[in-house]
Write a protein that binds this ligand. Structure first.
Ligand code: SAH
Length: 387
């Protein structure tokens, strides 16, 4: 099927831009099959598919009129595998991203590696329609993969997670990252217990960035930053998350690294409640880590990174020791790096605090980003020292 795109979209596709938005389509069309994109004069531009997901309405996956068959997908997956050669030979890190959607040439699919097992994530209905052929091509490129689960990351009646093929590993599946262990669960909802894109940030903590200091980890999930901090010599960590499950999940992450969880603080509480609680109890910290979800809702209010990140910073300053550090992180795609940095530094200035930006992180290499699609790099992490 041929899909006509606007003149502007045609220009973008010719320059290698992979994403199509609804306004790029010159004619209304709906199909889950592979399609050819053409300009207003019917000239071939590329091939791909239409599929609604958070990022847009479709992806270009080839700019040649070649068949999109097993051979094509094997080539795409092999190229991604070669890029990650150094990861496979590093025994200290056994979990990383194998395939990063549009960053590796095929938007809508990511695949992660957890010590021999795969986790496939499908981001729209159309790509999922082709899952069988894509998985077959992937398995041909990774005969060493022992088994895999899949995650459905689009609106659907399907279960969020299910086992796809091969044996299921023992649970938890222990993976290593920079020599530290993490307990993971590959077939339990959408999340596995660790966000692999924060590896380099955790490594800074492991390497001693917060050594000898007290660390408050807000929105801690399974406490991965706390574990990294503790392994890197932090005096004490406090992990705060609203979800009840976070207590046992965090305790488990400490235990698999031989750190007694009783030696650390794990608190189930709303972050904004905790700020008040800490003020009341006069609790202060040398380091505060802020890694909220892009949007969060509790009983009383809604929080969004785009609107409220500055509040997190100002409230943190009230319980930060002099000369303390703030690690500010977000994966919000609607807040670019410049805006994020601006929100944080405006809050520092409003509170009349001088600050130094010490370090900056974005996606690690295995979360490969295409040069033509730099907005694929959604991760922004800034390390500050505040005087
Ligand atoms: N920093 C974590 C990932 C955070 S995921 C890591 O590196 O592993 C976001 C977490 O925020 C989830 O665990 C969710 O339960 C928690 N959360 C959402 N709203 C919250 C709130 N108002 N207060 C505290 N935690 C919240």
């Amino acid at each position: 099927m041929k899909i006509k795109v606007t003149q502007q979209a045609a220009k973008k596709i010719r320059r290698g831009y992979p994403l199509l938005r609804n306004e790029d389509l010159a004619t209304a069309a709906e199909t889950k099959e592979w399609v050819s994109f053409v300009d207003d004069k019917n000239n071939f531009l590329g091939q791909g598919y239409l599929g609604q997901q958070n990022k847009g309405a479709g992806w270009v996956i080839s700019r040649q009129p070649e068949p999109l068959d097993q051979q094509f997908f094997k080539k795409v997956f092999s190229k991604a595998k070669e890029l990650r050669h150094s990861f496979f030979i590093n025994p200290e890190t056994t979990a990383f991203r194998l395939f990063n959607g549009e960053g590796d040439g095929l938007g809508g699919l990511t695949v992660d590696w957890y010590r021999g097992y795969g986790v496939f994530s499908w981001y729209n209905q159309s790509i999922y329609q082709h899952s069988q052929e894509l998985i077959a091509a992937f398995q041909a490129v990774y005969p060493e993969m022992l088994g895999a689960s899949e995650k459905i990351r689009f609106q659907s009646e399907l279960p969020e997670s299910r086992w796809l093929f091969g044996e299921e590993p023992e649970e938890p599946l222990l993976i290593k990252e920079n020599g530290i262990q993490f307990a993971t669960y590959l077939n339990e909802g959408l999340m596995t217990g660790i966000f692999l894109d924060q590896r380099e940030v955790r490594n800074q903590l492991v390497e001693g960035f917060v050594s000898g200091q007290t660390v408050l980890n807000m929105f801690s999930y399974t406490g991965a930053f706390s574990v990294a901090a503790a392994m890197g010599g932090a005096l004490e960590t406090t992990s705060v998350d609203l979800a009840k499950r976070s207590r046992e999940k965090t305790a488990e992450q400490f235990m698999v690294n031989q750190i007694p969880p009783e030696s650390q603080k794990i608190i189930v509480m709303d972050t904004f409640e905790f700020f008040k609680y800490a003020l009341r109890k006069k609790l202060t910290y040398d380091v505060i880590i802020l890694d909220p979800p892009s949007f969060a809702r509790n009983k009383k209010k809604t929080f969004s990174v785009a609107k409220n990140y500055g509040d997190l910073i100002s409230q943190s300053l009230a319980i930060l020791n002099p000369g303390g550090k703030i690690i500010a992180s977000t994966n919000a795609a609607n807040v670019n790096a410049v805006k994020f940095q601006g929100m944080i530094e405006d809050a520092f200035r409003e509170e009349q605090r001088s600050f130094q930006l010490k370090d900056k992180f974005s996606l690690p290499f295995d979360f490969h980003v295409a040069t033509e699609f730099p907005e694929g790099d959604y991760l922004k992490v800034l390390f500050y020292q505040v005087d």
